[in-house]
Design a protein around this ligand. Structure first.
Ligand SMILES: [Zn+2]
Ligand SMILES: [Zn+2]
Ligand SMILES: [Zn+2]
Length: 329
């Protein structure tokens, strides 16, 4: 909906003329530098003279401007906006048929709707999520590959969700600058554990109980000084994000496909062991019931905190530029 600036009537988003007074409806073209509302025909801001169309943050100088600092300070994503983002992310799955001979083919089909899914026949990682692309080792059993692809898809979905939330906060279109920021954010020491825990939680929904695993998360806990106790509240929050994503994925990885996945595991009998940390096992998915407002607020604050830490940090700027280039290739 947009408001007619002459009579104040709310009109449908696509209306060019007000249904009440017939006046031409101005788009809200908000300048990312100074916040001034410009008419949609303006390429340059009336107030500060900077180029504003398209409204895209295309450099870190703009991202880390005083104006955007203030935007982050007042960051607010409503529950309605959050759910709209999710709905929009998954809508495209309604327009494809999820075909494929094997359950693995079907899972690849689903993941490919979101991003590139690329087999790799090298390296020790079962899979990775890099530059928004999913890589999986196709030398492993199908059942193993299914788990891996779902895990990496979950990383992708958290990435896309976070980029969209940032766009909402800053009121801009997505860009390689924002993607680079989110990429660095989600792999930062504060987020990496949450991110891994999220991907495992989503993956574990679709694989048989005997094969549940938290391998990457456990490696992190064992090999760095990541402290579960310190991060417990964030792990609980990310479980509730995982539940939202699972709610949508369940529509497409439906009962029938879940059954096929189970059969694939039975057939392969992959010999990886169930690997769960004691503390983690106690975090039961069903016990977590968090209010949208609380979980959005907590996650947003982590992002705001990270933004402020990078605000005047030249070294971080270099890393961001490097990653941004990768998104532009
Ligand atoms: Zn009007
Ligand atoms: Zn301006
Ligand atoms: Zn992972």
């Amino acid at each position: 909906m947009k408001e007619c600036n002459v009579c104040g009537t709310f009109n449908l988003k696509d209306n060019k003329y007000c249904t009440h007074c017939g006046c031409y409806i101005l788009e809200e073209n908000i300048c990312p530098f100074c916040g001034y509302k410009n008419p949609d025909s303006h390429v340059y801001c009336i107030n500060c003279g900077k180029q504003i169309t398209p409204i895209t943050i295309d450099s870190f100088d703009v991202l880390f401007s005083e104006y955007n600092y203030a935007q982050m300070d007042n960051a607010n994503v409503s529950s309605v906006e959050y759910n709209e983002i999710l709905e929009r992310m998954f809508r495209k799955l309604n327009y494809v048929s999820i075909n494929g001979k094997t359950p693995k083919d079907k899972i690849i089909r689903i993941a490919s709707v979101f991003t590139s899914v690329i087999p790799k026949s090298s390296g020790i990682n079962h899979g990775t999520f890099k530059n928004t692309m999913i890589f999986f080792d196709d030398r492993l059993d199908d059942s193993f590959q299914i788990g891996t692809i779902i895990h990496e898809l979950a990383h992708y979905l958290l990435f896309e969700l976070t980029v969209n939330m940032l766009c909402k906060i800053l009121n801009v279109n997505e860009s390689s600058t924002l993607k680079a920021f989110v990429d660095v954010f989600l792999s930062s020491p504060q987020l990496i554990g949450i991110n891994e825990f999220f991907a495992h939680t989503v993956e574990n929904r679709y694989i048989p109980h005997d094969y549940l695993n938290f391998t990457s998360f456990n490696d992190l806990v064992l090999n760095s000084n990541y402290d579960i106790e310190d991060n417990l509240q964030y792990l609980l929050i990310i479980i509730s994000y995982a539940k939202d994503i699972i709610g949508y994925l369940d529509i497409y990885i439906d009962e029938q496909l879940r059954e096929l996945i189970k059969l694939q595991f039975r057939e392969d009998k992959p010999n990886h062991n169930r690997q769960i940390l004691f503390e983690v096992e106690e975090l039961e998915l069903d016990d977590v019931e968090l209010d949208d407002i609380v979980k959005i607020r907590m996650f947003t604050l982590l992002m705001v905190d990270f933004f402020k830490r990078l605000y005047n940090n030249e070294e971080a700027r270099e890393e961001l530029e490097y990653i941004k280039n990768k998104f532009e290739d």
